[in-house]
Design a binder for this molecule. Structure first.
Ligand SMILES: NC(=O)c1ccc[n+]([C@@H]2O[C@H](COP(=O)([O-])OP(=O)(O)OC[C@H]3O[C@@H](n4cnc5c(N)ncnc54)[C@H](OP(=O)(O)O)[C@@H]3O)[C@@H](O)[C@H]2O)c1
Length: 272
């Protein structure tokens, strides 16, 4: 890795929003450490970016739900003196009522969305605050603003990401640090996410789908402005505003009146 170029570490770089973010960072001159489980995907992206943008790329295959995988990535951050960007993006959705879905899936989701985000952010902020530069973007979701039937761990782990990032933003301000944090809250985005879940994209109106590039562009613009929370797209900005204003009782009523009411098939009800 070059000492003169800034370094970015991207989790979930083998697909979707993570791969799109990695492409944009390479275009802006960052060297990259690419993290996900699928090594071949990471290697293909690393070769593409190194060839196109003349940056250095490294692949670090790791399962971030395992202690060993998470430790390896945290250690890599600990050795990265020029780390200026961390994207905590690796994530997945699931469906089914909490007590009916396998506990292993709930456990893995909390490890990935909560534990990995906390550990890697801690490792990164140690370096970044000491140098007085850098940014951490945690990928959350519009789902963070509600609780709904059928994917309780997803909604609640994303709400944790928002709260965690808001607190860090306040601590960094309190410490007068120029280091930035952002919680990025996309709505439906065309990636492999819904394929992994087995969710039929046709159930959602076309106008609600964002592209991964839209999401990355909004995030980077938000970082320039210093926004700690970014919701890409005007439709979702409006939705989030409503969700933040609506009393809880009305949200619960809306959940009861949704397609299929409280008894609907959980896979049709998930808002990512
Ligand atoms: N797509 C949406 O509608 C949407 C909306 C709001 C928020 N989000 C959030 O956006 C983030 C990225 O999702 P995406 O839409 O880009 O989905 P995606 O295309 O399925 O990408 C998910 C990425 O996470 C990686 N990943 C999953 N489990 C992992 C593990 N145990 N260890 C390491 N890496 C792991 C995957 O790589 P490997 O399989 O190779 O490990 C992949 O690179 C997620 O946090 C998701 O919750 C998505």
């Amino acid at each position: 890795m070059s000492e003169s170029r800034p370094l970015a570490l991207v989790t979930g770089a083998s697909a979707g929003i993570g791969a799109a973010y990695a492409r944009k960072l390479a275009e802006s001159g960052y060297d990259l450490v690419l993290v996900a489980r699928r090594r071949e995907r990471l290697e293909a992206l690393a070769a593409e970016l190194a060839g196109k943008h003349r940056v250095e790329t490294e692949v670090l295959p790791a399962d971030l739900t395992c202690d060993a995988g998470l430790q390896a990535v945290a250690d890599r951050i600990g050795r990265a003196d020029n780390l200026e960007f961390l994207l905590n993006n690796a994530g997945f959705g699931a469906s089914g009522r909490f007590w009916e879905a396998p506990v292993e899936v709930q456990d893995a989701m909390h490890r990935l969305h909560v534990l990995a985000t906390m550990r890697l952010t801690h490792a990164a902020l140690r370096k970044m605050t000491a140098r007085g530069r850098g940014a951490v973007v945690n990928v959350s979701s519009v789902a963070a603003f509600i609780a709904r039937v059928g994917n309780v761990s997803y909604y609640s782990t994303k709400a944790w990401i928002n709260n965690f990032t808001e607190g860090l933003h306040m601590e960094l301000k309190d410490a007068r640090s120029p280091v930035r944090v952002q919680t990025l809250c996309p709505g439906y985005t065309v990636t492999e996410f819904h394929d992994v879940m087995g969710f039929d994209r046709r159930l959602v109106p076309r106008s609600l789908w964002l592209s991964a590039d839209d999401v990355v562009t909004a995030s980077l613009a938000g970082l320039q402005r210093g926004d700690w929370m970014v919701v890409p797209g005007w439709r979702y900005k409006l939705l989030v505003l409503l969700l933040r204003l609506l009393p809880r009782a009305i949200k619960h009523l809306a959940a009861d009146l949704g397609p299929g009411g409280g008894k609907r098939d959980a896979t049709t009800a998930t808002l990512e």
